[in-house]
Design a protein around this ligand. Structure first.
Ligand code: NIG
Ligand code: FE
Length: 411
């Protein structure tokens, strides 16, 4: 450890148990641990015995963790949390037997949220979306991806992305925005899907020029867009140097995983119906599989993603909430971890890795997701006796506090 630095660290947590996730397997547990940071980055994550002076001499602010556990800040790499209205009525219809696809084809589903989102001005959209972001943060999220996709016109998509960015500014959570113009066909383009994709490809450079887009996504599915249309969106993204990800193979195998991998995509998301060839393509491209057990649970799906093939081929698995009003009204990433264990048989360690380091990978953010010197000082202090409890408890207030870039987030 370097004690010759000119100034003291900004902060130091002592008396902590660390789940560093520093290696590729195991929690990377350190029982009597210490975590220090300066200028927003971790400067030390290791045993307290490695500290060479009294804590007060080393850091301006010293926090006693009381023996509690610290993990990396949770990264929710797939959400649609900005939207107007809700779809509780659709939930009731599905429970009476209607399928998600039936409802979508009858003009409900995503398009009904589009109506409510278009009707909300920026202030209303912000006010409706803020509690969902707060709920995610209350359960440990420090980085969240938020997609557009319920505006489906230039103004609506822009409003959603602006609201997403504003949530980041006001709450201190790190927000990454994804343009999902190709989410569904808006009613004014009925029967003209290719013309709609033309429009999406025109909006993208404009929204990117306004600094609102970090990545590009599409819904490649029977009730979404086909592979050729998705490809056109991806080509527009590539022209701008923007990374791509995809709602892939959720309800049927549309070769979505292979398509997004072909574009060197960050992630293929859902992937319940992905074939072994898709898995191989993802492995070659380093594309992360984003598991969304909330949607699987709510839609009462039975087809599991090819989990063993992902493990066998070394495809990283992230876990995210998919927080959205239709298929996954889920506002806790810890609960998503729990569902991933119960439905997909992930181990609690895989689930934690999926909600931290692999979630970060799915966003192209190698600067976070582990407790390691040089990475962002994003971490959470939890009232638990062992890390598996994060996936074990369904609900409950386990979080004591969160830090983002070394700053404690308001409770
Ligand atoms: O990830 N599949 C497409 N998009 C969302 C659902 C959005 C909605 O139903 O409003 C998903 O499941
Ligand atoms: Fe989604």
């Amino acid at each position: 450890m370097d004690t010759t630095h000119a100034r003291r660290w900004d902060g130091l947590v002592v008396n902590a148990r660390l789940a560093t996730l520093a290696d590729d397997t195991g929690y990377g547990a350190i029982e009597d641990g210490a975590l220090a940071w300066q200028d927003g980055l971790i400067t030390y994550a290791g045993p307290a015995s490695g500290l060479t002076a009294a804590p007060d001499a080393l850091a301006c602010e010293v926090v006693d963790a009381g023996g509690h556990w610290i993990t990396p800040g949770l990264v929710d790499c797939h959400t649609h949390l900005v939207f107007g209205g809700d779809r509780a009525g659709e939930f009731e219809r599905r429970l009476q037997g209607a399928s998600y696809e039936d409802i979508a084809r009858a003009g409900g589903g995503i398009v009904s949220t589009v109506r409510a989102t278009r009707a909300a001005d920026e202030g209303a959209l912000f006010a409706q979306s803020l509690p969902r972001a707060r709920a995610l943060m209350a359960d440990g999220v420090t980085t969240v991806e938020i997609k557009s996709g319920y505006g489906l016109d230039l103004d609506g998509e822009r409003r959603m992305l602006r609201v997403a960015r504003r949530i980041g500014r006001e709450l201190g959570v790190q927000v990454r925005t994804t343009f999902l113009g190709a989410h569904a066909l808006p009613p004014e383009y009925a029967g003209r899907a290719d013309a709609y994709i033309d429009a999406v490809c025109e909006w993208l450079p404009r929204l990117h020029g306004e600094g609102l887009v970090d990545a590009v996504d599409a819904f490649c599915e029977r009730i979404g867009f086909d592979a050729a249309q998705t490809r056109r969106v991806f080509e527009a993204a590539r022209t701008l140097g923007l990374p791509v990800k995809l709602h892939a193979d959720q309800l049927s195998d549309g070769d979505g995983a292979a398509l997004v991998a072909e574009f060197g995509g960050l992630s293929a998301d859902h992937v319940e119906h992905t074939s072994i060839d898709g898995v191989r393509a993802m492995a070659r491209a380093g594309t992360v599989a984003v598991l969304l057990p909330g949607a699987f649970h709510v839609l009462r799906e039975t087809r599991l993603p090819p989990l063993d093939a992902f493990r066998e081929h070394g495809v990283s698995m992230a876990v995210a909430t998919d927080c959205n009003p239709g298929t996954s009204p889920l506002q806790s990433l810890r609960l998503a971890m729990s569902l991933a264990c119960t439905h997909f048989r992930l181990t609690p360690e895989e689930a934690l890795r999926g909600a931290t380091v692999h979630g970060a990978g799915a966003l192209g953010l190698p600067d976070r997701g582990r407790l390691q010197a040089g990475l962002r000082a994003d971490f959470v202090l939890w009232d638990i006796g062992q890390p598996a409890e994060l996936a074990y408890w369904l609900g409950g207030g386990l979080r004591i506090g969160s830090w983002s870039g070394g700053r404690r987030l308001p409770d």
